[in-house]
Design a protein around this ligand. Structure first.
Ligand code: NAD
Length: 272
């Protein structure tokens, strides 16, 4: 029950009917007897500046998760952002400080890494491939670099995006080898699809982000992950599983990120 004393957090985007954060957070708040609730806000872009100003004055609101299409648009409107948010010009969570200042971070990559660690993956000195260099792929690539991988390969149907992200990461992490377009997958410790390819696929023969011949070079020890949340097992993951690889799904990443989002807003511990 939301009461006058209930503290609030929100998720803002458009549309928001499909987002899972409110049910996940509200269940956690109820299970842990927390007088906190999450609201979903479907915001028109024309109201973005007013919304930011309202957040600054909203005294019983602790923070806000940010989803498509506002991750970049909000990053430039806050009072402070983390180093990785500044580098990637993107936020997916905002905290309202008690004086009304709004600070942001992007924790998609941290959520992804939490889930991967649960599969026994330790990023230090590993060779990794990230397919898709949009909002989520860039955040995962950045977090993998922060966590100390030795070699990162990025690929995308947009060569321009690969170049932009490659240049950004090479200047932030000069010690890491960063290259593009792998000829084989056999030496990778982790292969991640961070593109939307496979979303809404209805069977295992749907679209994949890599050619079948390249997929067949996968080593059975490689952790193969996808960020797509529906279906949970995409055609890409289904093929990796047939090849004997351990797999990590998009819903695992989403769930693993709850603690990062809640902790940043100050309403949950990091590990939940
Ligand atoms: P985006 O549009 O910012 O980026 C997508 C990128 O994929 C683009 O750079 C595009 O060029 C690239 N791409 C498209 N087709 C490709 C292909 N065939 N091969 C290689 N690259 C290709 O999107 P985003 O915000 O990064 O979201 C990506 C996916 O992540 C979506 O499916 C989204 O639903 C999902 N997502 C999952 C979680 C989670 O917690 N699991 C969280 C957020 C988003």
């Amino acid at each position: 029950m939301i009461q006058g004393s209930t503290e609030l957090v929100a998720i803002v985007g458009s549309p928001v009917a499909q987002v899972k954060s409110p049910e996940n957070f509200n269940r956690w708040f109820a299970d842990h007897q927390q007088n906190v609730a999450m609201l979903a806000i479907d915001l028109a872009q024309s109201a973005l500046d007013d919304f930011v100003q309202t957040l600054r004055g909203w005294q019983n609101l602790r923070g806000c998760v940010v989803t498509v299409p506002y991750k970049q648009l909000l990053a430039s409107r806050l009072d402070g952002v983390s180093e990785r948010s500044a580098a990637l010009c993107s936020v997916n969570v905002i905290r309202r400080e008690t004086d009304g200042r709004l600070v942001g971070d992007i924790v998609d990559g941290e959520g992804f890494l939490n889930a991967a660690r649960k599969h026994g993956f330790n990023p230090k000195d590993q060779q990794v491939l990230v397919i898709g260099t949009g909002g989520v792929g860039s955040a995962i690539a950045y977090s993998l670099c922060q966590a100390g991988v030795s070699h990162l390969v990025i690929s995308d149907i947009s060569h321009a995006r690969v170049e932009v992200l490659g240049d950004l990461l090479r200047s932030a992490f000069p010690q890491i080898v960063i290259s593009a377009s792998p000829a084989s997958l056999e030496h990778f410790d982790l292969v991640v699809n961070a593109s939307p390819v496979g979303m809404s696929a209805t069977n295992d023969n749907g679209p994949m982000p890599l050619p079948t011949a390249l997929m067949e070079t996968l080593n059975a020890k490689t952790l193969v992950a996808d960020v797509v949340t529906s279906p949970a097992v995409t055609p890409f993951l289904a093929m990796a599983r047939r090849l004997g690889c351990p797999i990590q799904t998009g819903p695992e990443m989403a769930l693993a990120q709850l603690g990062n989002l809640g902790h940043f807003m100050g309403v949950t511990p990091l590990e939940i």
